[in-house]
Design a protein around this ligand. Structure first.
Ligand code: ADP
Ligand code: ASP
Ligand code: MG
Length: 453
């Protein structure tokens, strides 16, 4: 039976919020400040997943040992600040030994399943340490292995969660724990039906938090990060970017999909399904407030935000015949579907199709989106051109195709930019430009100045 505890808050802390002992202590204070926070979802400490991804690529021994030393130092910098380091040091040593063994295996024969097993150790370590930080504040927190409830398919690196299984497993294994005490678990990681560890793609801890909030019918998800909310664009690119106090689910989801790293692209899907508000704030400065993402916002404005998605590949496919057959599009999309290539932006002219491919996996780079089997099958049907090193700049807003002024505003600003592709019309909420990556920040700055300041 699904029960509804309307006051559970799921709080997620990102990498910088658990980067070291001081950050963990601030995050612990935030957890303890609100008695409705019953479930804490943690990322790996900042930098740890990157190190694990490097180890998963199969490094030769001296580089491997070097990275493992760095990992050990990061963990022991936290452990050494605990009053009772021995309470957790053995468990962390055990995980560090596992990492060493798995990294050795990866150097021998790398597999996607092995990568996920290896990178999961970042969240396993941070969650063990955080439980100890809470215990030293006299709070009995239970460590919980997220893989018991986050059931996914076996697409290692960007696994797809099975919502009904997560609901059932959470009722069975998690609900009663959350009712009894504070529970600390890992973001990002899950397991397939055979029990193999999987991951949800880089930044996936946000998604874990909203999946568990959905399963527990929580009242709110709090995403604690290093910025005091969601801004009109990445404040690292534009210092004048302003915080948006309230955003609708669809606006925030659009931002996340098109590259606003502050939220994993899928985070808002579970929240939308169950109408659970999502708050985003800075764990180092909670009094600065943040952004509330909810179902409706009063009078959303035409221009809301700009986002950038990097590591984009443009795949251009042209019919060999001057007049393509009526089956041309079906054939091309059939091939892409057989090779499980997903694309979210496409333009089509009489004889050509241009598609944007996005690298989404936990350990994948731009090159991994295309493989030789796919390219040789495509080449037997059409001419294939590939462009890499691109970035997608997206303007997010409302009713964009219905406002002629939009084009005047934008094209004047982009006059000097070599735009490779424009996507507009299918969605009322975005207008996207593909550019060589080195032009992306300049375009964002120019558009922000014109439209959002
Ligand atoms: P965490 O480790 O807490 O998950 P992330 O690094 O994944 O943090 O996300 C926070 C970062 O997202 C910020 O430091 C900021 O640079 C970036 N970011 C990108 N777009 C936006 C935006 N529109 N508003 C706020 N932050 C953004
Ligand atoms: N640790 C993972 C990453 O760095 C997941 C996350 O932080 O959300 O991508
Ligand atoms: Mg993140």
């Amino acid at each position: 039976m699904t029960r509804n505890y309307p006051h559970i808050i799921v709080a997620k802390f990102g990498g910088t919020s658990v980067a070291d002992f001081d950050a963990m202590s601030r995050s612990a204070t935030l957890v303890l400040a609100d008695k409705h926070v019953r479930l804490v979802v943690l990322s790996a400490s900042a930098g740890v997943t990157n190190l694990l991804v490097e180890l998963a690529s199969g490094l030769e021994s001296r580089f491997r040992l070097d990275k493992i030393d760095t990992l050990r130092t990061l963990q022991y910098n936290i452990i050494s600040r605990l009053k009772q380091p021995e309470a957790v040091s053995q468990a962390i040593d055990h995980l560090l030994n596992n990492i060493n063994r798995l990294a050795e295996q990866a150097a021998d024969s790398r597999s996607d399943a092995l990568c996920d097993e290896l990178v999961s150790h970042g969240e396993l370590m941070s969650s063990l340490l955080f439980v100890e930080v809470l215990r030293e504040r006299n709070v009995e927190a239970q460590w919980f292995d997220a893989r018991k409830v986050i059931r996914t398919d076996d697409t290692f690196g960007c696994a797809v969660p099975t919502i009904s299984d997560i609901a059932e497993l959470s009722e069975k294994h998690l609900r009663s724990r959350v009712e009894q005490s504070l529970v600390v678990t890992q973001g990002f990681i899950g397991s397939d039906a055979a029990g193999h560890t999987t991951t949800l793609g880089r930044g996936g801890s946000d998604y874990t938090a909203s999946l568990l909030a959905e399963a527990l019918q929580a009242a709110r998800v709090d995403i604690w990060t290093d910025v005091a909310g969601i801004y009109t664009t990445d404040p690292r690119i534009v210092a004048e970017a302003k915080r948006i106090d309230t955003l609708s689910f669809s606006e925030a989801s659009e931002m996340a999909t098109f590259g606003a790293k502050v939220l994993h692209p899928a985070t808002l899907l579970p929240a939308m399904r169950k109408n659970i508000p999502v708050f985003v704030g800075a764990s180092s400065n909670p009094s600065a407030g943040g952004t509330l993402v909810c179902r409706d916002v009063p009078e959303p404005s035409r221009y809301r935000a700009l986002a950038v998605r990097r590591q984009q590949t443009l795949l251009k496919l042209s019919s060999i015949n001057a007049r393509p057959t009526p089956h041309f599009l079906a054939e091309i999309f059939g091939i892409l579907s057989r090779h499980e290539i997903a694309t979210d932006l496409v333009t089509i002219s009489e004889t050509s199709i241009a598609l944007i491919l996005n690298a989404t996996g936990s350990t994948s780079g731009e090159a991994d989106t295309l493989n030789s089997a796919l390219l040789s099958e495509l080449s037997s049907h059409c001419r294939v051109e590939i462009e890499t090193g691109l970035a997608l700049v997206s303007l997010i807003g409302n009713a964009l195709p219905h406002s002629p002024v939009v084009y005047k505003d934008i094209f004047a600003e982009l006059e000097q930019h070599p735009v490779r592709m424009i996507c507009h019309g299918a969605s009322s909420h975005n207008l996207c430009f593909l550019l060589p990556a080195e032009f992306a920040e300049r375009a964002v700055k120019a558009l922000h100045r014109k439209l959002l300041e």
